[in-house]
Design a protein around this ligand. Structure first.
Ligand code: UTP
Length: 295
């Protein structure tokens, strides 16, 4: 058992966001709002709520709005205070409560493996969690907490796994794994974006990881892969040769907000969950569907 629990989180957000063009032409994908908070804020909040107090976002110098979102705004706070706009102030305070966020630049987005490699000087010889900024988990931190627990018990890298239909596996990394206890697999093999015929299983890797620092050497040994990018999946494949790698299987609460349909699904679900909007929004949805003859 390790003495201390992992406190470091790395959130890669330096990508080009091409699937969301033209919205992402001059605006980071990670800043697109889900209701009234940008996607990145949900992810930073998840890390914070799971006890990860040392949070780094991997960004690019052009993505200035990411840094702006986590910077203090004393003049705006003073104005809203003067105007007595408590509800709006609460949203700003919520960001301040997340604590300071560190920024690391990946000037040329050459893939997730490369993005994570840029965090090496910051995390050093310590384990760390990685949360992809376009994968939202609305599960009260259950998945990441379980992954951190498994990491602490086994001192090993832990991946998040979800079962997907045959025709979707080619969008993910796919693993060959054996069950070691309910909901926990040991991963023996991993392939990035396989064709359904070549996929080792329907278990897909999604955007939560807890890595041992051994991942940095593995990334260093990895060559460019699918799409000419330095794939973290390939580096995990290298890591498996020298260290055990585990996977926590989960089934719900995930939204891939880098994808248009899932972005809309996240917006609907999160809006329905909101006390201030949910009831009225539910009514609006029902009325709209009825008017269009869809229900
Ligand atoms: P994605 O592959 O989903 O993001 O990476 P992308 O490349 O920006 O999107 P598309 O495919 O062009 O639409 C998952 C996360 O990893 C970050 C992205 O910003 C995103 O939040 N990422 C990706 C990096 O930080 N660096 C990279 O080199 C690639």
């Amino acid at each position: 058992m390790s003495e201390r629990r992992t406190t470091r989180a790395v959130i890669p957000a330096a990508g080009l966001g091409t699937r969301f063009l033209p919205a992402t032409k001059s605006q980071p994908k990670e800043m697109l709002p889900i209701v009234d908070r940008p996607a990145i804020e949900y992810v930073v909040e998840e890390a914070h709520d799971c006890g990860l107090s040392d949070i780094s976002i991997i960004s690019r110098p052009e993505k200035t709005s990411l840094e702006g979102h986590f910077a203090p705004v004393p003049d705006l706070v003073a104005l809203l205070t003067e105007q007595g706009k408590e509800d709006l102030l609460a949203g700003l305070r919520r960001i301040d409560e997340l604590g300071s966020v560190n920024f690391i630049y990946q000037p040329d987005p050459r893939g997730l493996g490369d993005a994570i490699a840029h965090a090496e000087h910051h995390v050093g010889e310590n384990p760390f969690a990685v949360l992809l900024a376009d994968d939202l988990m609305v599960d009260g931190g259950t998945l990441l907490t379980r992954m951190l627990d498994v990491h602490q018990e086994r001192q090993a890298t832990v991946l998040a796994l979800i079962e997907v239909p045959d025709d979707q596996i080619s969008a993910y990394g796919s693993v060959a794994a054996e069950l070691v206890e309910p909901g926990l697999m040991q991963v023996h093999h991993i392939v990035e974006k396989p064709s359904p015929a070549d996929a080792p299983s329907n278990l897909a890797v999604i955007g939560r990881y807890v890595f041992t620092p051994g991942i940095f050497a593995a990334i260093g040994e990895t060559e460019l892969g699918v799409g000419g990018e330095l794939q973290i999946t390939d580096a995990i494949g290298t890591l498996i040769n020298s260290e055990p790698v585990f996977g926590v299987v989960f089934s719900h609460g995930r939204f891939d907000v880098g994808q248009k349909l899932d972005f809309l699904r996240a917006t609907v679900e999160i809006a329905l969950d909101r006390g201030d909007l949910g009831p009225e929004f539910a009514q609006l949805l029902v009325e709209t569907l009825k008017r269009r003859g869809l229900v």
